[in-house]
Design a protein around this ligand. Structure first.
Ligand SMILES: C[S@@+](CC[C@H](N)C(=O)[O-])C[C@H]1O[C@@H](n2cnc3c(N)ncnc32)[C@H](O)[C@@H]1O
Length: 261
């Protein structure tokens, strides 16, 4: 199970963003440790150069191999002192990577003890660095950001949520969207009835579904599962194609579809 994450980034200060909330609490509790390494510390020239022009011309700069490879090697050596080297992996956050899913997060969490996340900048990194040092390339979506720091934090947050003890007893990863291959059901909190003043004098108000007030746990669970199935069918039918529905789930989904008609 995952116990340490290193990030290689030219902007270590950005990572204060995960010092709050669930992620910050998990780090403070020692459930996982996090360290940020600046590749500039692995340069040898007085300007601490980490980028250079691309061969073949064109706009923009590229991250040079040497500062990154030295940083990765140093981090791997340190990690090998406390972990099986097969359980130390390098992940490059890249728009060209495999799209990140809950399943990939789960695999990374279960199969590794230490991860080294590489956040790119400029036009990215020299291809040879990827070929020789990177185990996985992960994308957080089909759009391009200015750097890999936000994607790295997205991955770290999703990994930390899976650590035992990271969520309070009232929060639960298995209930989250995607965990079981479905979207989460809708949620409601007080007040029981809401009136929105939208100029419609006949408005009846928005009530919380009766079943949630019934105290009948079995019915509530059934309603939630039905809503999860229905939402997934409405919003992400692609997820249902990859999931074998039980007989009960099929019946609940059919009932949801009937009610929608
Ligand atoms: C401006 S981008 C480089 C994009 C690169 N020229 C391309 O088109 O594939 C700079 C860095 O931001 C990060 N990045 C940008 N978009 C990303 C995404 N969707 N997912 C993960 N990382 C991303 C990567 O680390 C990348 O090296």
């Amino acid at each position: 199970m995952l116990k340490h994450i290193d990030v290689i980034s030219l902007f270590p200060e950005m990572f204060v963003a995960i010092q709050s909330g669930i992620t910050g609490r998990a780090i403070k509790k020692g459930l996982i440790s996090l360290a940020i390494t600046n590749p500039r510390d692995f340069t040898t020239d007085k300007h601490k150069t980490v980028d250079d022009r691309p061969y073949g011309g064109g706009p923009g700069m590229l991250m040079k191999v040497e500062p990154l490879s030295k940083a990765i090697q140093a981090l791997k050596e340190k990690a090998a002192a406390t972990s099986d080297s097969k359980k130390i992996k390098v992940v490059y956050l890249s728009p060209q990577g495999q799209p990140l899913t809950q399943n990939i997060v789960k695999t990374l969490h279960e199969e590794n003890e230490q991860l080294i996340l590489l956040a790119g900048r400029y036009e990215g990194v020299d291809e040879r660095l990827i070929e020789h040092f990177v185990d996985y390339e992960c994308s957080i979506g089909d759009y391009v950001l200015s750097g890999g720091e936000l994607p790295a934090m997205v991955l770290i947050d999703s990994l930390i949520r899976l650590l035992p003890g990271a969520l309070g007893h009232h929060e639960s990863a298995p209930n989250d969207s995607f965990y079981s291959g479905l979207l989460d059901h809708p949620h409601y909190t007080r007040p029981e009835m809401l009136h929105f003043d939208d100029g419609n004098s006949e408005q009846k108000g928005d009530a919380v579904p009766d079943v949630l007030l019934s105290g009948h746990h079995e019915n509530i669970e059934q309603w939630r599962l039905k809503q999860s199935l229905g939402r997934t069918w409405q919003r992400r039918p692609d997820l249902l194609k990859d999931r074998q529905l039980s007989e009960q789930e099929q019946q609940l989904l059919q009932a949801f579809i009937q009610e929608e008609k």
